[in-house]
Design a protein around this ligand. Sequence first.
Ligand code: AMP
Ligand code: ZN
Length: 471
Amino acid sequence: MDLSLYNTMTRTIEPFVPLKNGVVGMYCCGPTVYNYAHIGNLKTYVFEDVLRRTLEYDGYTVNHVMNITDVGHLTDDGDDGEDKMVKSAKEKGLSVYEIAQMYTDAFFEDIDALHIKRPSIACKATDHIQDMIDLIKRLEAKGHTYRAGGNVYFSIDTFPRYGALARLNLEELQSGARIDIDLNKKNPKDFVLWFTQSKFENQVMVWDSPWGKGYPGWHIECSAMSMKYLGDTFDIHCGGIDHVPVHHTNEIAQSEAATGKKWVNYWVHGEFLINETGKMSKSKGEFLTLSRLREKGYDPMDFRYFCLGGHYRSQLVFSWQSMDSAKNARKNLIKQIQSIKKITSEPAQKLSDAALSYQKSFVEHLNNDLHTPRGLAVLWTLLKDETLPGDQKLASLYEFDKILGLGLTDIASESVQEFVLPKEIQDLVDERAKAKRAKNYHRADELRVIVEKSGYTLKDTADGTVITKIM
Ligand code: AMP
Ligand code: ZN
């Protein structure tokens, strides 16, 4: 079945044709690790996971590369924010490297809990500084850079296609009243490739380079690492919609200026998760994490279900009410699977014609620019179909779940719901209670994570801790 994807570059839905038969190179901008991922970030990773799973369902091998932004000084272009990694390290009394490692681990815990497949390659920026230096050197040799105020800048006037992705009107931007705080820039849209001068004092993360001791600009890591692992041209680049006007625009400029080739064939962007007060952002400080949702009694799968209920190119508005609807819908789904399992616990070996037509329609919706809401609608219609035997329903659901990733194959039948807590888990729960009594909340949180990773959720209530097996 043929996949079609909306390409931000052309603003149209296009048939997907890979560069190499049967193999897809896919790069996704990863997390900045000076804080936990918020649920907006996680919405983006869920959509990217659905894309990967759909490609795999269609028979492709996906080389999925993701960067980990652990060079923490900058998360925007202007060097005008605060040094977020240092700020976080000071607050926690840890080194910047410890901070990066702590939040990288937390990120992987979150994506595991959400059944987001881990990237084939997750690469840290700090492990690829030399690749970035080499790329800047290539840009310098081709005349795309200039030095000013101790820093190396990319000159966008040397790259005529600049801004094509975001359809920027450069003349308008130039003549506009924009006052850039960086007076070193020849063009306000120029951006830093390498910093040796920063307003931040006592930089910890600095490296030697031909331009002096310093650190890379924000955008160069994605160009350097994606090309290292996927080649000069690859199939798909993903990210959140916020990255279109600056980050991805600058990534394209650096990559294509260096190689002289087209860099990416399909640009796929997910819309934002917003809350009632507007966009959710890390730098604003106040945001919701997966742990917070868990504390409120939601299973990570409730959040995944919530994300799948909207199309990735539509904004998703978060509210506790909509989380409750997702939770109830998933509960209902689990109940239906359990009642099928009361009669037949084994899925059919072969799909009947009726089941095949449901499967065809489900896959068509997913292949049509990842239409998960329509895919879920097919799932519910199938469940309601009284003419379809239980084993056919189970086999179909298991098939759909290869893309949905809701863990439907692991749902136990009702009779085995009453579980006995294994001794090793009980010991961890007891140790956690002890740590809490001793007000050692750090240890208590660590133990919670270990227990949850073993497939249980913990909820502290007035009557003690309630333990549920994750299904
Ligand atoms: P960050 O860790 O902030 O660099 O973001 C990681 C990914 O999450 C990027 O692809 C961003 O575009 C995306 N992102 C950031 N904020 C949101 C949001 N509120 N909703 C959806 N995606 C987001
Ligand atoms: Zn990137």
